[in-house]
Design a protein around this ligand. Structure first.
Ligand SMILES: [Zn+2]
Length: 334
């Protein structure tokens, strides 16, 4: 037995110590140009491929870092998890177990993160989807959190930003997930009645029920370069209409050309673009300024209700003006 089991102590275990450690996932292959990319370098470049400019998917919290003023983020509506009311199961695949696995893998409760923050000093209510969580699919939790983020925007008189990244409605929740399309759209109707702007950001990929509801209802619809945006996939459409699809079909650039999106903006320019747009929507002033007259906005030393004191005050307002004065460029080149 001693051949198989090490009985004597003090011998060096070569199987563990002498093997060279190769950190997991140091490099990755770009899915569009096949270039091998150094992960750290890619991170520095906001996850945009240096060779083909493909905008890689990033998780929700990382994406918020791209958009929001530093330290302004405050997460909202935690603690919502799916209940699996249909006891959904395909073969051995139980929905409840799949959800738990996704939660463990992503450290998220569901496929969207919501919160409050500022962009160039403009207070916003924000929802960012996360594709890692079951393909960013929209179930009842995603729908509810997005609806609540919209309600926050209305209650706190803030602009709304939603970053979409989704394979569509979550089939494991059947009709309950489809109902989220109506719910979020209805809430956006209330936002519109309240006269508050909504900027929708479409990232790769934005498809299905998400495209068919809140993603395409923005006052301003911005897409990242080369993102796949559509309702049904190209293969399904091709088979249905039995015709050749034009080149570049369902990409951001194609949709821009055909009037479905308003701008295609590089990730590195996105924050400036948003700050400039929010400035436009809120009448040339940072929104907080315009709210002062109604007594709801934040002022240095006058904490606004529900803002938790985290919204940047004069420094971030100053930054907003500086960004705008510095020509908050909207260089769309891919
Ligand atoms: Zn590439």
């Amino acid at each position: 037995m001693s051949w198989l089991k090490r009985t004597r102590k003090g011998l060096k275990d070569t199987s563990k110590t002498s093997r060279k450690e190769i950190p997991d996932g140091l490099w990755l292959k770009c899915p569009t140009c096949s270039e091998i990319l150094f992960r750290q370098e890619l991170d520095k470049n906001l996850w945009v491929c240096a060779s083909c400019k493909f905008h890689h998917r990033v998780d929700a919290h990382r994406y918020m870092d791209f958009l929001l003023d530093e330290g302004s983020f405050e997460e909202t509506h935690r603690g919502l998890v799916s209940k699996d009311p249909l006891n959904f199961q395909v073969g051995k695949d139980k929905y409840a177990e799949k959800t738990k696995l996704a939660q463990a893998k992503t450290d998220l409760e569901d496929a969207v993160v919501t919160g409050l923050g500022t962009v160039g000093g403009h207070p916003v209510s924000l929802a960012v989807m996360d594709f890692r969580f079951m393909g960013g699919s929209m179930g009842s939790v995603v729908g509810e959190k997005i609806a609540r983020a919209i309600r926050d925007a209305i209650d706190k008189r803030r602009s709304l930003i939603i970053v979409s990244q989704s394979g569509g409605a979550r089939m494991q929740e059947s009709i309950l997930s489809l109902m989220q399309m109506a719910k979020t759209s209805a809430m956006l109707g209330r936002l519109r009645e309240a006269g508050l702007p909504y900027i929708s950001i479409l990232t790769h990929p934005t498809t299905g029920g998400v495209t068919a509801s809140f993603a395409m209802l923005g006052d301003l619809i911005v897409a990242e370069p080369k993102a796949l945006i559509g309702f049904a996939g190209p293969r399904v459409i091709q088979q249905t209409i039995n015709a050749e699809l034009p080149p570049g079909f369902q990409t951001s650039e194609f949709l821009l050309e055909h009037g479905m999106v308003d701008a295609v903006v590089n990730r590195k320019n996105l924050r400036n673009f948003l700050a400039t747009s929010l400035r436009f929507f809120t009448g040339g002033r940072a929104q907080a300024d315009s709210l002062d007259s109604s007594g709801e906005g934040f002022r240095p030393g006058a904490a606004a209700q529900g803002q938790g004191g985290s919204a940047g005050e004069s420094p971030s307002l100053f930054r907003a003006r500086a960004a705008v004065a510095g020509g908050g460029s909207s260089d769309d080149s891919a």
